[in-house]
Design a protein around this ligand. Structure first.
Ligand code: ADE
Ligand code: ZN
Length: 346
């Protein structure tokens, strides 16, 4: 799209107001410390932190694993259907304020079923929030069930079986948790089974792990999108492959800084990925832990990398193209985006 020059001072407003989709948000990563403490009180769960401030102070991560240890502890306060609803609803209210009009939410059932919470409790609470997001906020939302890759293939198969009675409530499966040492091949058979069931497939790859994990996610898991994927810049042939096949990457810049994938936002590879013609998107990952929701990711990344209005349009458009929305709905969402940018000319 041919865009008029946008005053640098008004670019943040454009970024905040433009319609967008969020495709990489772990709903358990949206639990703010205040809500963790409120749910701990409600459910009489003991936390190893004395206050909200003490918990926030623990958010000084050195890598992915140091974050995951605290993230799983935070999720221990979720017990009832209403807890899952409240968590997702709080996210949807914030997302709607960030002009998110479509969201695909990851959830980690094994984090809950391992504590004795029923699969139905998790899925029904989240699905009810998704329905209310559509009816009350005009935000379409769907769920993607993630397998924890530090656990076994057998446990992933058992999790899928437990979830199948609620098949209509999730559109696909993903793969998350500790990446290095847990390569995609470990989950090739479960992803094949999910593909046969008609589930969409995505996988975290190349967050901390090598480019070979991204190749393997595509070749062995049938991944249609790669979550993170930023390590692709280390492999020129892979960059070409991603661009040629239009494999979307759901990039999460503030996450990458908080987990020390890059020392500073100025060094982030998003600009390089876009320049290579890769269908990159901007997302928040675990916003309560990484210092910002999707618009914070947009505004800070554009500031640090000196990105322009045309890249704002490309990123928002990519978010709809990379989504799993039905084709006719997708065209409507892209039309809303085009209309938004058309109005900037007037
Ligand atoms: N689970 C929640 N956030 C994650 C991340 N950034 N990488 C892998 N697994 C996760
Ligand atoms: Zn993630």
């Amino acid at each position: 799209m041919n865009l008029p020059p946008i005053d640098l001072r008004s670019l943040p407003q454009v970024l905040r107001a433009m319609p967008k989709a969020e495709l990489h948000i772990h709903i358990e990563g949206s639990l703010e410390p205040e809500m963790i403490f409120a749910l701990a009180r409600r459910n009489k769960v003991n936390l190893p932190y004395s206050s909200v401030e003490a918990l926030r102070q623990a958010y000084a991560f050195t890598d992915l694993q140091s974050f995951l240890d605290i993230y799983y502890a935070g999720a221990s306060v979720l017990l009832k259907e209403q807890d899952f609803y409240d968590m997702a609803w709080a996210y949807f209210e914030k997302a709607a304020r960030d002009s998110v009009i479509h969201a695909e939410l990851f959830f980690d059932p094994q984090t809950h079923t391992s504590r004795g919470v029923e699969m139905g409790t998790v899925i029904q609470g989240l699905a009810r929030a998704c329905r209310d997001a559509r009816s009350q906020l005009g935000l379409s939302a769907s769920l993607i069930l993630c397998f924890l890759r530090h656990l076994s293939e057998d446990e992933a198969f058992a999790t899928l079986e437990q979830a199948l009675p609620w098949r209509e409530h999730f559109i696909g499966v993903g793969l998350d948790s500790s990446e290095v040492g847990h390569p995609p091949e470990k989950f090739a058979r479960i992803f094949k089974r999910c593909g046969d069931l008609g589930l969409r497939r995505v996988a975290h790859a190349g967050e901390e792990g090598p480019p070979a994990y991204i190749h393997a996610a595509l070749d062995l898991l049938g991944a249609e999108r790669i979550d993170h994927g930023v390590q692709a810049t280390r492999d020129r042939a892979l960059m070409q492959r991603l661009a040629d096949r239009r494999v979307p990457l759901t990039v999460c810049p503030l996450s990458n800084i908080k987990l020390c994938v890059y020392p500073h936002l100025e060094q982030h590879s998003l600009g390089q990925l876009l320049d290579a013609g890769i269908v990159a998107t901007i997302n928040s990952d675990d916003p309560a832990y990484f210092g910002g929701y999707i618009n914070d990711n947009f505004v800070q990344t554009f500031g640090a990398l000196k990105l322009q209005a045309s890249q704002a349009y490309t990123l928002a458009r990519n978010s709809f193209e990379a989504s799993f929305i039905e084709t006719s709905v997708r065209s409507n969402l892209i039309a809303r985006l085009d209309q938004f940018f058309e109005e900037l000319r007037n």
